[in-house]
Ligand binder design. Sequence first.
Ligand code: C2O
Ligand code: CU
Length: 468
Amino acid sequence: MLRLSRRTLLKASAGLGLYGAGLGAASLLDARAQAATPIRLQARQTDALLNGQQLTRGVMTYAVDDGASDPMPPTLRMKRGEAFDATFTNHLDEPTTVHWHGLRIDNRMDGVPFLTQPYIYTGDSFDYRFTPPDAGTYWYHPHCNTLTQMGRGMTGLIIVENPDDPVFDAEIALNLRDWRLGGDGQFIEQFKPRDAARTGTFGTVRGANWQVEPRYTAPAGGLVRLRIVATDVTRIYTLKLQGALAMIIALDGQPLPTPTPFDTAMIAPGQRLDLLLRMPDEDGATVSLLDIRPSAPKTVASFAALGSTLKRDLQDVKALPQNPWTAPDLSSAEEIPLVLSATAENAARDSICGTLGYSFWAINKVPWPGDTSDPSAPLAELKLGKTYIFNLTNNTPHAHPIHLHGMNFQVIASNLRSAPPLISDTYLVLPDEKVQLALVADNIGDWVLHCHVIEHQKTGMTAYIRVT
Ligand code: C2O
Ligand code: CU
């Protein structure tokens, strides 16, 4: 049986002479990824070609000093268990912060204004230093004026490597997001209130890696690790592959104990899907990644097979090594209600981090007042080391990707689906779904939880829990 070690890959690719250490299409992305720290990360404004036709002005993005000219935020590479160190400087005209979505790190590094750190004003810097405990696919984005800052570009990928990860023939990471652009390629209003009170306001141009329907190549007959991250502010994707078979190897950064065949998968803002894709044997054959809902299927990206076949076998794929995890002790768990509903009360207070001026949503009947020095009381106070079960009830006719900072939870039971025992930081709760999420409160601090449809987050669907 083929084991995907670095050695077999070197052997396999030697005869081919094409792919160096077995990495084909990966090189493009990897060249831009970060290997060593400390790095200097900055937020800045730029112009970029987002719709493939006209330069869009007023794009907001991240950059590192590596001379790369690609305007997309760089993919940051970290190593599990190794310190990451970034000096972040804000070159925007407004305050910002950086949140590291899905990383279970020290609360002071979590990037939530007032709750965990002060704003980083124009020209100011902040040192983000932490050690990611888990390997996998994650991402980073601001937690200040998020609809504008993320809507205009500030969503970047994080890859946390595990030295024990198998090596594949190629790796391709996809940053999925839409843009709200007018016919002239310039930004239009980021949201419409009537849509914010429903599913959220969709973009007008769909993209991956800041391109419309990008095309990649990968070794024919090779195994490709596809890291897909939904960083859009609104869109829930229903993904399907055409032209190849694939296995799901991780969800939301966490390896599946057993890889499962991929048919379709829904991934909502904040969520990640890691696939192992077996490229076709024939040189030039193309695989398409499609978004099949809600409208006619739309190509997200495509992958062309290149060279003579490597003849890999999908069945040989083994599970990725698991991340550390303390299983919840359900027998001693305390239950916490978490009810999502619509509201019209208490329009958000004005805030330096932006308010949309509306209140449409609430958690346990309380609409979040916005980022303020005087936030509401925590939704719950948790004791370090104890197990809790969130009884999450969705009393709205819309789906909400609920994201918790700083800790992972395990899905225990749902009234609508047979709940696989997934470990995650973001759960897409469906209309009228009731789901139980269990966790061990293993990280001290104030941690926000919110819907990752940013218009919902910013119009009330946010709260926080306190672990002491
Ligand atoms: Cu990616 Cu508070 O979120
Ligand atoms: Cu929502």
